[in-house]
Design a protein around this ligand. Structure first.
Ligand code: NAP
Length: 323
């Protein structure tokens, strides 16, 4: 929602009374994109704040071995990377606020964010809210979450040690997590709706060569059975239409992500709902930037999120200084 205030001294005074904190640059979301922007923003001498509702880190916290981040060798965990990034951003003066942003409005002089910790004003804002796990939306899925249906292998995998584990999806996440889960049990089923995979070649090859991972291709899940816990999953063969009941103790779902854009119904998005930016991370609204997995782009990785964050802070600095 864009609200244009008329230049009126009374409303300006009222606004400054209502605002609890003012910053040059406010970043919504403490994942890799947001944390990189915080570091760059603070180092550029902008008063910078990161607002995060939960733990900083987002999707990165789910990574056990971060093996493809340049220069980080041997691999560290996503948690270790985030811990260092938060300390680094704080060391340059970035402020961290744990709060939920309820609304974001463009004002005459910048932006106003209504948060659970009060009203915050900013000259420029970065949306770095990431994306959340997509669900299958099939019978039995919602009621069996926490009872065998999961979207996080490192969180819930250890509950299914030596059990039959099914993984749904054919992208990097499904392949990475299937590999992780194969360390916990001898029987992992990778169920994918096609014969071709989206996963990167190196990640896919590891799964293909793993004797503990059985591939079930051209199968689409239609129902998850179980009352107190997952007992089986009904799979439909996309070529023959035949349905089979596949017995399993757990169903790990990795079928992609949905961008978290609820705060910005006023910016331009692509057909999948991701926020459109130019190469400087500028959105269709002046002063509002966007970085990381919530942004429309072809390759979502930690390294591309970090690059987005650096660009966004650089662009925000130029915007704030009126360049
Ligand atoms: P993704 O690349 O979009 O893959 C989603 C997979 O789920 C696709 O194989 C898709 O099948 C399948 N799928 C979607 N809806 C489905 C449904 N209703 N039923 C059954 N299958 C369904 O998503 P992702 O794997 O979560 O990855 C998201 C982003 O994060 C990607 O850009 C990825 O590269 C990145 N990522 C990178 C790493 C890494 O570098 N190690 C790790 C994790 C994630 P189709 O192929 O038929 O569409």
């Amino acid at each position: 929602m864009i609200l244009h205030l008329k230049p009126n001294t009374k409303s300006a005074i009222l606004l400054s009374i209502m605002v609890d904190k003012h910053f040059d640059f406010v970043i919504i979301g403490g994942g890799v994109a947001g944390l990189t922007a915080a570091q760059y923003g603070a180092r550029a001498n902008l008063s910078t704040a990161v607002i995060e509702a939960a733990s900083n880190g987002g999707q990165s916290l789910l990574i056990n071995d971060l093996e493809n981040y340049p220069g980080v060798f041997p691999a560290i965990s996503g948690y270790e990377l985030i811990d260092a990034m938060v300390k680094q951003a704080k060391s340059f003066g970035a402020e961290f606020i744990t709060a939920t942003v309820k609304s974001l409005e463009k004002k005459e002089s910048g932006f106003e964010l209504a948060t659970t910790k009060g009203i915050i004003a900013a000259k420029a804002v970065l949306l770095a809210t990431g994306a959340k796990h997509r669900h299958l939306n099939i019978d039995g899925e919602e009621k069996l979450i926490g009872k065998g249906v999961s979207y996080c292998a490192s969180c819930d995998g250890p509950f299914f040690r030596n059990k039959r584990i099914s993984v749904i999806g054919g992208g990097d996440a499904a392949f990475d997590e299937a590999t992780f889960l194969s360390n916990l049990t001898d029987k992992v089923y990778l169920i994918h709706r096609r014969e071709a995979f989206r996963a990167q070649a190196a990640v896919a090859e590891r799964v293909m060569n793993n004797p503990k991972i059985e591939k079930m291709l051209n199968k689409i899940p239609v129902k998850i059975n179980g009352t107190e816990k997952v007992e089986s999953i009904v799979l439909k063969d996309v070529k023959t239409g035949e349905e089979i009941v596949h017995e399993t103790d757990a169903v790990f779902v990795f079928v992609g992500m949905d961008p978290q854009t609820e705060l910005v119904d006023f910016v331009q998005k692509d057909s999948s709902g991701y926020v459109v930016t130019d190469e400087n991370m500028e959105t269709s609204v002046k002063g509002l930037f966007c970085a990381g997995d919530v942004r429309a782009k072809p390759f979502r990785q930690i390294v591309t999120a970090a690059a987005d964050g650096a660009y966004a802070a650089h662009s925000a600095e130029k915007y704030i200084r009126g360049e």
